[in-house]
Design a protein around this ligand. Structure first.
Ligand SMILES: [Zn+2]
Length: 417
């Protein structure tokens, strides 16, 4: 499977790029060696590649930690998925172990916050005949609940709490299991909040002795509500749900939570499975991703929503975000769609160099879209964005997900201009 990852191995130290004021700390990742631990002042964003869904671990400059999603799709997983590091553990266990070993550097291996972008199995964990019960029997261990069993979670946030009724609720075993996990957590005194669109304080740094004025996580959108870019003001895109034909009611993807992270001049966009599809103009209000991206403005690094599928990352999303780096959380043969990847690479939508990293490109996808996938900067592995203290430069480090050694596959450096 060695062909599944990039051979670029580009190594350019910050000093070689003439980056002023960065210091030597960024220079220590070496191809073939384990990823160096997080350091105070730096911002690390890990896109964890298990082959079964999405998960992102963020370690802020003060050590405040956050996870977005812990997917575990398919239980048992179909043979078509390339599971990493392997089938001997559940995806949520691999993710929890990953978080535990990388959070050790903060001195406090806990997740200060966990954001569930939306209620789908590849973001919170499926249940099936092979899913074991939690020790107390209140729910089953998968995805988010598997992570919670391994790493304490301070605040759990999702778009549906407390009633999980909008726009019409999700009635499926994985959703019932997640809600049972939430109810048990609340009963035991754990904190759970509904995602507050427009807020910049729900995921505020929690470990700094003083405020971190250069660091912000802004809640951009969820449930059809979008930040306007002014204060904490929002607007609602969806018509009253009761006025809609059944087929027009927004699905769970369209309700995904989106955030923008800023550290100094560095910007990052992530939006779960939010979509920009207006059904060829028939339902313009179903495109939540475009106004969310426009509220975010240009960023350095953007995660392609909905795994780079055809119905997301529309042209106006690309024009608004203009990232230097795209990351596709890919694990299925359908990820990414060629039209979405073409837009990410388009010089007409915005000019300039860029790199597109995929966490796991399947051989079938590569075969179908080779003229585009040949242009990917990475085709498999954990994709780690390491932002230097202050946000003036960053690097993208791809690491090996065949085992838990976190060996570096490739490094590419970016200085903000
Ligand atoms: Zn998804």
């Amino acid at each position: 499977m060695s062909a599944a990852f990039t051979r670029r191995g580009l190594v350019l130290g910050a000093a070689a790029l003439g980056v002023a004021g960065v210091g030597p700390a960024l220079d220590e990742d070496v191809v073939g060696q384990p990823l160096r631990p997080w350091r105070r002042g730096g911002l690390d964003i890990h896109h964890i590649a298990t082959g079964r869904g999405d998960s992102t671990l963020i370690i802020g400059p003060d050590g405040t930690s956050m996870m977005i999603d812990a997917g575990a799709s398919g239980t048992p997983p179909p043979a078509s998925l390339d599971i990493r590091p392997g089938p001997e553990r559940r995806a949520g266990e691999w993710i929890g172990r990953y978080a535990r070993r990388h959070l050790a550097a903060t001195g406090e291996p806990r997740l200060d916050a966990f954001l569930v972008s939306h209620l789908h199995p590849d973001h919170l964990g499926d249940v099936g005949p092979d899913t074991p019960p939690a020790p107390n029997g209140a729910y089953q261990l998968t995805g988010v609940s598997d992570v919670a069993a391994l790493v304490p979670i301070g605040l759990l946030v999702d778009g549906g709490y407390p009633d999980y009724a909008f726009p019409r609720g999700v009635d499926a075993p994985f959703a019932r299991n997640y809600v049972a996990f939430v109810r048990e957590r609340v009963r035991a005194g754990g904190r759970v909040e509904r995602f507050r669109v427009g807020a910049a304080d729900q995921f505020a740094p929690r470990r700094a002795a003083a405020a971190l004025p250069d660091f912000e996580i802004r809640n951009l959108a969820a449930n059809g509500e979008v930040w306007t870019g002014r204060g904490t003001e929002t607007r609602r895109l969806f018509p009253p749900i009761e006025s809609l034909a059944r087929d027009d009611i927004p699905d769970e993807n369209a309700c995904s939570a989106a955030i923008r992270l800023r550290y100094g001049a560095f910007g990052y966009f992530a939006a779960g499975d939010l979509t920009s599809n207006s059904f060829d103009g028939a339902l313009p209000w179903r495109d939540v991703e475009t106004p969310a991206a426009q509220a975010a403005g240009p960023v350095d690094v953007a995660v392609a929503a909905h795994h780079g599928m055809f119905d997301a990352t529309g042209p106006d999303v690309v024009r608004a975000l203009k990232p230097r780096v795209w990351i596709i959380q890919a694990w299925h043969a359908a990820h990414p769609s060629p039209d979405a990847l073409e837009r990410m690479l388009s010089q007409r939508l915005y000019p300039g160099p860029r790199e597109v990293f995929a966490t796991g490109l399947s051989p079938a996808n590569e075969l179908a879209h080779k003229w585009l996938t040949d242009r990917l900067a990475a085709r498999g592995g954990h994709v780690v964005v390491r932002v230097a203290p202050g946000g003036g430069s960053y690097r993208v480090v791809v690491t090996d997900n065949h085992d838990e050694a976190d060996r570096v596959f490739s490094i590419s450096d970016h200085r903000r201009s």
